[in-house]
Design a protein around this ligand. Sequence first.
Ligand code: HSE
Length: 313
Amino acid sequence: MAISRAEAFAPATVANLGVGFDILGLALEGFGDRAVVEFQDDPELVITDIQGDGGQLPREPERNVASVSARAFLNRIGEKRGLRIKLVKGLPLSSGLGSSAASSVAAVVALNKLVGEPFTREELLPFSLEGEALVSGYHADNVAPCLLGGIVLVAGITVEAIRPLPVPENLHLALVTPDFPVPTNEARAILPSNVSLKTLIHQTGRVAQLVDALHRGDLEALGGAMEGDTVVEPARACLVPFLAEVRAAAKRAGAIAVFIGGAGPTLCALCDNRQTAQHVAAEMKQVYCEAEMDSIARHTLVNHVGAEAIELE
Ligand code: HSE
């Protein structure tokens, strides 16, 4: 039966996982963005409402990631009708939690539902990427786990290059997001354009270790690999307030490893049980409290499902 309106939820994601810049990412349980889409006779594409962004996101359809992704989808299926899009942001902007990916993915998953699901979840990747590219270029380390859930290897930006990786059963995460936006394009501009052969060998070795640790369910080895980044995190450390202090507090509270979530400033701590993750999250937040800086702390798990259409009544 044809439907006139569709809604979807897309989860938060963490890209890079420390050492896997632009090639590794995971989806997070419990929070994300929602999009509601409906056709209109007018051929325009309109953002009718955005909730939860404090008025910061562009409403112009050519500048909003959700409408740019939706436009790519509509062009591909040759749809001439226009679209109304409403966004409900559950994710803070420029926080390292995949906010732009979540809005892009929520819009295309809702749109796919609206037109009878002609595309598989994987096939929605190119459309979602168009929105993400508007903010920070063509890399799929947020979009792919957002669409598919789990921990994902993104060896390129085509559907064939996306591979799910095993998620160790006892993998828990503690997160803290200071109220200190770090625009992704700025965090990318600060990175070195070249690395030495020695650095390349070290970095690829850590990525290989990380993938192996996931396959063996070895959280200690996973944490060592995550913290082995000698290229991206050192360059970005200056963008994340109190990184050293938060890392030290998390380790004292039992975290195995701490790494910058995506482009930051969210910091993610790898833990091996729920109670520790809860405690680590509180201790990381305490560092920002003492510095009189607002922050949000969470403890969570990997989301295994990815984005989902929501049944409307
Ligand atoms: N891999 C990306 C980065 C994720 O670190 O810049 C943020 O979009």
